[in-house]
Design a protein around this ligand. Structure first.
Ligand SMILES: [Zn+2]
Length: 242
């Protein structure tokens, strides 16, 4: 792939994404990102978003993106938290309701329409066995981009399916690991998407604050384009249609 794909001499693109509207994202993440002028995408769960509505509204004014992460966060019943309403017992119409209900709550609370979506737990199916159906086509119907999770390689922007773009886990990793991913993205002119949950000093499912800060410093005036999933997805769509 040619380096000319990306704008203004950039060699790769990066989106930072954080899921579930965890309070630590508001308390630690947004102030840090804002101090570096780095814009990220937040796939919000509805109740925690409502609990910090003022800050999430402000985040949109500061250029961050708010995306859809469904209303009830359905995942496989193998997760104990999901057992009372597991994906194995969903059908496509229920999933459509999940998506539309979350969209209308976000619109009502924050005054914007989400343009991108993140699959809860990175799982993209409903039903069981011979009745399993993919809900990727539903996501493609309503959103510019659907973000997968826990993948191994970043996206080739000339090839990737925008309805299920890959994302690499940034929880609990060192800056050296982050740098290895960035090196790969540079070498292959990729769109790298990171996903994380908490933003804090320690704990499970946590992007370490000092790793995030180092990353922000590293990206400053560099050759990687850092922007929201919506903005980079829009660019890729336009570039491919030329
Ligand atoms: Zn989630």
């Amino acid at each position: 792939m040619s380096i000319e794909f990306w704008p203004e001499g950039k060699v790769a693109a990066l989106s930072l994404t954080f899921d579930d509207a965890r309070p630590s994202q508001v308390d630690h993440g947004l102030p840090l990102l804002d101090s570096y002028g780095v814009q990220a995408t937040f796939y919000v769960s509805i109740q925690p978003m409502r609990d910090r509505k003022t800050e999430w509204k402000q985040s949109i004014k500061n250029g961050h993106e708010i995306g859809n992460h469904t209303f009830n966060h359905p995942c496989s019943g193998n997760f104990s938290f999901a057992r009372n309403k597991p994906l194995e017992e969903y059908n496509l119409e229920q999933m459509r309701d999940e998506i539309l209900k979350a969209n209308s709550c976000i619109e009502q609370e924050l005054g914007i329409q989400p343009k991108t979506f993140a699959y809860p737990c990175g799982q993209k199916f409903v039903g069981r066995s011979k009745d399993v159906r993919s809900y990727v086509p539903l996501v493609a119907e309503y959103f510019l981009v659907g973000r997968d999770a826990f993948n191994e390689v970043p996206n080739d922007p000339t090839f990737t399916d925008l309805a299920q773009v890959t994302a690499l886990d940034m929880d609990d990793v060192t800056f050296e690991t982050v740098q290895q991913y960035l090196d790969y993205a540079r070498k292959h002119n990729s769109w790298l998407i990171f996903l994380g949950h908490e933003i804090s000093h320690q704990g499970k499912q946590t992007v370490n604050i000092s790793v995030l800060e180092k990353l922000c410093q590293f990206l400053k005036d560099g050759d990687i384009w850092v922007d929201t999933v919506e903005n980079i997805g829009t660019y890729i769509n336009q570039k491919r249609s030329i």
